[in-house]
Design a protein around this ligand. Structure first.
Ligand SMILES: [Zn+2]
Length: 260
């Protein structure tokens, strides 16, 4: 694998008719993919899709996203059993989202879900994919809460995905042993330059979070795993490194982190 999109949602409805061609385009470029579940149905669908590619680097994470905590109860038995599938390399996405008022209202419930995911991850020895989002006012709480739950569950093998916090918050996360991954947001949000710079290459991974967050060059188009190259290019630019070095290091990081 030359590059890995460590977080994409080819299991979501918008890819229903196109996920196969999208995966094949990525595989043709020697890419690896990790498809992320956000609820029971999309997690199961991710596993189903990955099994169409038995011998290819198409992997899955399964979990119940914090924005869905009001839709279905946390189901530890379901999660434990699905997570034992051989294509499942991570637990999530899970975490704390305090961006919208209704998400703030479900704060306690989100913590319960997160705690449940941490227990399953620890029991199965799989890494966690953390979604941690908030406004400038609420993001510090979201991060603190996640780190608190991770500490409580004695789990530090986690990645903060689509990270958009400050350099200081990045350092706080890195000091606990977690990894950080960036999306195409870094290609258009100038204020994230200092944050990207604060994450050394050996702790950094790249992702698209497609179909969302198309990088600057493809703004307005539907995002897809191929465009993860734009994220790696921006990381290379900000770190003043060769593109190939960024590819090699971030791919190695993902292989080790997810045990691919
Ligand atoms: Zn996501």
């Amino acid at each position: 694998m030359r590059i890995i999109d460590t977080h994409c949602h080819l299991n979501f409805k918008v890819f229903r008719d196109t996920y196969r061609e999208t995966i094949e385009r990525a595989l043709a470029k020697d890419m690896g993919l990790i498809i992320i579940g956000a609820a029971k149905d999309t997690s199961e669908r991710a596993v189903m899709i990955a099994h169409e590619y038995t011998n290819d680097p198409v992997y899955v994470a399964v979990g119940q996203h914090p924005s869905h905590v009001g839709d279905e109860p946390f189901d530890g038995d379901w999660l434990t059993s699905l997570a034992q599938d051989n294509k499942v390399v991570g637990i999530g996405e899970t975490g704390i989202d305090l961006y919208r008022p209704e998400e703030i209202a479900s704060h306690e419930l989100q913590k319960e879900f997160l705690t449940g995911h941490v227990h399953v991850a620890r029991a199965l020895d799989k890494p966690l994919i953390i979604h941690s989002r908030g406004t400038a006012e609420t993001l510090p709480t979201a991060i603190e809460d996640v780190l608190g739950v991770l500490r409580g569950g004695m789990a530090v093998r986690a990645v903060f995905h689509c990270f958009t916090g400050t350099a200081k918050q990045a350092q706080q996360i890195l000091s606990t042993g977690c990894m950080i991954s960036f999306t195409g947001v870094i290609t258009f949000a100038k204020e994230l330059e200092a944050t990207v710079k604060a994450v050394s290459l050996d702790r950094l991974m790249v992702e698209t979070d497609s179909p969302y967050l198309a990088p600057a060059r493809y703004r307005g188009k539907q995002n897809e795993p191929l465009y993860v190259e734009e994220v790696a290019l921006k990381v290379a630019e900000i770190h003043g490194k060769e593109y190939d070095e960024v590819l090699e290091q971030t791919t190695q990081n993902a292989i080790e982190f997810f045990g691919l």
